[in-house]
Design a protein around this ligand. Sequence first.
Ligand code: KG4
Ligand code: ZN
Length: 333
Amino acid sequence: MHGEKFITLGIETSCDETSVAVLAGRDELLCNLVASQVELYARFGGIVPELAARQHEAKLNPLLEAALDEAGIGLHEIDLIGVTVGPGLAVSLGVGIACARMLSTLLEVPCVGVSHLLGHLMANFMVEEEPELPAVCLLASGGHTEIFRMETPLEVERLGGTIDDAAGEAFDKVARMLGLGYPGGPAVENASSGVRNVKFRFPRPMLNREDHDFSFSGLKTAVLNYVKKNPDEPAAHIATAFQEAAVEVMVEKTVRAALENGANQIMVCGGVAANGHLRKRITERCSGEGISCSVPPLELCTDNAGMIARTAFEVNIADRKSHPLVPVPNLLI
Ligand code: KG4
Ligand code: ZN
């Protein structure tokens, strides 16, 4: 306990971001530190699992010290630990889990194994005006593009998702084709900013299907074919046309899922939710349909331990069962 406040420590190492957060009570995020490895992978154009695990090992302890320092709390004031157990890279997840287990034993406090996906969804509640439930949620990240229906923050049902590449993965691959750098999402967004009236368009895969599934692999191939046939077309135009296609499919299918599921609230989360075009388009579409729309602030969209701490807090207070404290690379939710 810190004063009167229940303290939750969050640890996130599922992919290429090492993150430690300290949450006081339900809402007060005392700190949410993220050490990114992005620069390291710019050379390879993508994440290298063994390198990522070594980076987590090197960065986690100093980050933990810095987080406690910034939050102004001592180790013994921690009441609960939340750690991501999946989905993610097994070797990376293992680093965070080992650290959380050791702290939990040492401090004699419980440790909750958290789904990274539920963490992303929970980020939508870490704002002043909480979304109303039931909600339909679009989770778009480097590894996932899923639509969920949320009844309560811990009761979540998957309605559909990508049958091949994730949206973030498509942004990353298209950026690589266009020589825009890594990570691709922000690179594509930057290249597209200020571009108007591109004269060609890419297909909108699965837009007219009645399910809640996505496919981004065909869109990626369409971009590749276009690049080969039109070597003189500026990368910025191709990036813009790709972003418009990917965003339109995500926005339209999410709005349709909300209307079909009687949800008056849409939540968007995951790294791709940092995309300005997606944020703008979904907000406009929702207001046209009379649906409320919530998108977390940028720092809570991309991977961070704050969302993991908040999820652990909710699981603990609701007396729900924790996921086992072992890496589960393909954990669903
Ligand atoms: O949620 P996240 O940080 O990590 C995973 O759980 O995967 O998402 C990372 C993904 C990457 O593919 C990255 O390119 C994408 O999110 N991303 C973006 C933007 N910022 C990050 N995609 C589009 N526009 C952005 N501004
Ligand atoms: Zn993520």
